[in-house]
Design a protein around this ligand. Structure first.
Ligand code: AMP
Ligand code: ZN
Length: 494
């Protein structure tokens, strides 16, 4: 598998740190409002990367944070006259709902900055002890960029270049900096802000330190993949590298992946420009699967322009796949019934008639079907080659369309059970790797159910039994039965 690494600006062969395992960290959203569809792009893209690794047999430890302490959260809390945590908890819950709607799997761990302050204090202390950070007169702690000669290696900038860029910018309140490139690790509180005790001042962390600390805690000092939108390359990811490598004395992430922007009228979609749609708004007009399919129709590193026409095209494309799978489902039912009838007339019986999986290699295919299966296998290989080449979902989607075409032109009432089953299972599997659900009328998605179960577990941990019961009730209304076992919560459809 090849991955384009921002660090080397080249496609590199993926070699995991530990065989069979992938340790992956994706920077998550700042939770002060509903997420917009630009924020959804990295979620969809890197969930697809995760799913493909899993398809290839890797065990993926996937960590994605919620930034829950930030000026925007604090301002919104002040506006509403509530605690900042009320705002962040509200929008974490809303974000999880949107993720579930997009069929983005919950991360192995979703850490929150405000719950990781201890780790941040420890890393800052280490950086000061090693001479990589210093405390200014007002108690602000800065990272000393000059102490890390490799600073700039991700964004491919050198320190002098950066300094001349900064010379024009005067940042008030940062007079204590030794160098304009230095950045904040810890800063004093302002009136009305949440704060924590520290050896330097009552205050709160800078933005960058949280990701270095969470990656270390949940994945270790060295990780395989670190990812996010391309706007994070500088300064956020550059600063994370400086913090982690100076504190841990080891290389931080092996591969750095960055998605291109989702644009609207060829401008970046962002809250500050006001040119955005929230995922929630889009969900009122479209099945969110259409949005997911739209995002995957382009390569993740390319810019992607959002438009109603492209969404319509994605809707039609998805429909085409779903219609083909629907037809295969019908054909399979008919073929099963025919097989059952034939089995009733013989003594041997037929496993397939009882609904067992069918293996196209061993079950009875006609000679023509064998040729078609061989052609289908070539398309699967084409799909995998596209995904192996830096997750080229655009080409992978084309391979799925070719399979759909093959299915539409070859599967009919005369087809064997083995053949229609093979086609159905193959198309479904390849779509599932991209998080695309092929059933037109889909029940609550597994991801949605799992997100609700996780929410219930958290409510129980916080001893909020009323909320836990309410979630159980909602799940029960959806026909989901929960079972609390020693290994955790199991669920099934009623
Ligand atoms: P933020 O909440 O701004 O920190 O963003 C969360 C994630 O969304 C980061 O990985 C950003 O890079 C990404 N992001 C924000 N806007 C866009 C956009 N218009 N297109 C693609 N990714 C974006
Ligand atoms: Zn981050």
């Amino acid at each position: 598998m090849k991955i384009f690494n921002t660090l080397s600006r080249r496609k590199e062969e993926f070699v995991p740190l530990e065989p069979g395992k992938v340790k992956m960290y994706v920077c998550g959203p700042t939770v002060y409002n509903y997420i917009h569809i630009g924020n959804a792009r990295p979620m969809i893209v890197f969930d697809t990367v995760r799913r493909y690794f899993e398809y290839k047999g890797y065990e993926v430890n996937f960590v994605s944070n919620f930034t829950d302490v930030d000026d925007k959260i604090i301002n919104k809390a002040l506006e509403e006259g509530v605690d900042a945590s009320v705002i962040s908890e509200r929008f974490i819950a809303e974000c999880k709902k949107d993720m579930a709607g997009l069929n983005v799997k919950p991360a192995t761990t979703h850490p929150q900055a405000t719950k990781e302050i201890e780790g941040m204090l420890a890393m800052i202390r280490t950086l000061i002890e090693k001479g990589h950070a210093y405390v200014a007169a007002d108690g602000t702690v800065y990272f000393r960029t000059e102490s890390f000669p490799e600073y700039g290696k991700l964004s491919h900038k050198n320190l002098d270049e950066l300094q001349s860029g900064f010379r024009e910018i005067k940042v008030t309140g940062e007079e204590g900096k030794e160098d304009p490139n230095d950045f904040v690790l810890w800063k004093p509180k302002k009136e009305g802000e949440p704060y924590w005790e520290s050896p330097w001042c009552e205050g709160r962390p800078g933005w960058h330190i949280e990701c270095s600390v969470m990656a270390k805690r949940y994945l270790g000092d060295e990780i395989d993949i670190h990812a996010g939108g391309e706007d994070l390359i500088f300064p956020h990811h550059e600063n994370e590298i400086a913090q982690s490598e100076c504190a841990n004395g080891k290389p931080f992430a092996k591969y750095w992946m960055h998605n291109g922007f989702l644009n609207i009228d060829n401008k970046k979609m962002s809250k500050s420009l006001g040119n955005f749609f929230t995922v929630r708004e889009i969900s009122e007009k479209y099945d969110l699967q259409v949005l997911r399919f739209f995002m995957l129709s382009a390569h993740y590193r390319s810019p992607l322009n959002f438009s109603a026409e492209l969404m319509e095209a994605s809707k039609n494309g998805l429909e085409r796949i779903r219609t083909a799978v629907g037809k295969l489902t019908e054909l399979r039912q008919k073929a099963r019934a025919a097989a059952a009838q034939a089995a009733a007339g013989s003594t041997a019986g037929d496993g397939a008639a009882a609904g067992q999986p069918v293996d196209a290699d061993t079950a009875s295919l006609t000679a023509a079907e064998q040729e078609n299966v061989a052609a289908a296998k070539e398309l699967v290989a084409k799909y995998e080659a596209a995904m192996d080449d830096d997750f080229n979902t655009a080409d992978a989607v084309s391979a799925v369309f070719e399979l759909v075409k093959l299915s539409n032109s070859t599967a009919d009432e005369g087809s064997s059970l083995a053949y229609v089953s093979y086609l159905k299972e193959t198309i479904e599997k390849l779509c599932d790797v991209m998080g695309i659900v092929t059933e037109a009328k889909h029940e609550a998605l597994d991801a949605e159910i799992e997100a609700m179960i996780q929410e219930r577990q958290e409510a129980r941990k916080a001893k909020n039994y009323a909320l836990a019961d309410e979630i159980r009730g909602k799940l029960s209304d959806m026909g989901i039965i929960l079972e609390d076992t020693r290994e955790g919560v199991k669920w099934k459809r009623a």
